[in-house]
Design a binder for this molecule. Sequence first.
Ligand SMILES: NC(=O)c1ccc[n+]([C@@H]2O[C@H](COP(=O)([O-])OP(=O)(O)OC[C@H]3O[C@@H](n4cnc5c(N)ncnc54)[C@H](OP(=O)(O)O)[C@@H]3O)[C@@H](O)[C@H]2O)c1
Length: 271
Amino acid sequence: MNSEKIGLIGCGAMGSALAKGIVKRVGIDPALVYLYDLNRDRVEELALELNAVGADNLEELITQCRQVFIAVKPQDIESLLYSIKDLVHKGQIFASIAAGITISFIESCLPPSSKVIRLMPNTPCLLGEGSIAISAGDNVTPEEREHIEKLLKSMGLTIRIPEYLMDAATGLSGTGPAYVFLFIETMIDAGVAVGFRRDVASEMVVQNVIGSARMLQENNKQPPAELRNSVTSPAGTTTAAMHVLEESGFRSCLLKSVIAATNQAEKLRRG
Ligand SMILES: NC(=O)c1ccc[n+]([C@@H]2O[C@H](COP(=O)([O-])OP(=O)(O)OC[C@H]3O[C@@H](n4cnc5c(N)ncnc54)[C@H](OP(=O)(O)O)[C@@H]3O)[C@@H](O)[C@H]2O)c1
């Protein structure tokens, strides 16, 4: 087993984003990246694009790689773990992005003292602009967690959280892009309602969201309310708009949505 080699099981949407980020953005030598998927075409296509190694089987990947990322669907993880259980080496690190699958469940399917990290990414990870919540099992050392975090930087921001907050991370961040997309969709409709062509409204709204988010990022200690107040002049247009949003329950609606998504994540996890 080579301590530098990285394995990736599951080359679908998230898995291939991870592999691309590790090779193209972190700059890991593709000869050290092993890919495996039940779908052979996916492996070959990705291996060709990245110049990475397409493993012929799980045994090849597990015996070669110290860090193993698991990017299969939650319903496929149990059978996958049982199929690799007898191949696992001491010191290997397993990092799973399967939603709702707990560290203790993964540990229970692997040999005792296995090192397990659980991640909750979101779809902007596909562009390297995601956020990834990360929780490490008790057998993972701080250095090992930091090493995995370094590899994940290729997909976006990593945020350490205790595992009990993973359902909340699903409700807030995993589901997060959907709230933003709905907001954008509605703003575009509003743009059309006040007279813009849809394509023009779309350009304006998307840029508005990007620009506002960047203002927050660049003033990262400044609360969003302050930035909002700075564009709200007395008896002005923003005041009129905010009044309608407050009256219509915009805040409470969003709060309830995130809580509902968190509760649903918990419900799904409990089966
Ligand atoms: N997409 C998101 O926004 C998002 C966000 C957070 C977390 N996640 C998590 O990311 C994980 C992957 O999601 P995805 O959207 O990338 O799924 P996906 O596109 O379906 O990719 C999963 C891949 O894994 C393959 N696979 C299944 N069982 C396997 C096995 N035993 N060995 C090797 N490969 C296997 C599948 O092959 P077949 O198609 O032939 O089954 C498929 O190619 C999920 O667990 C999900 O919960 C996704």
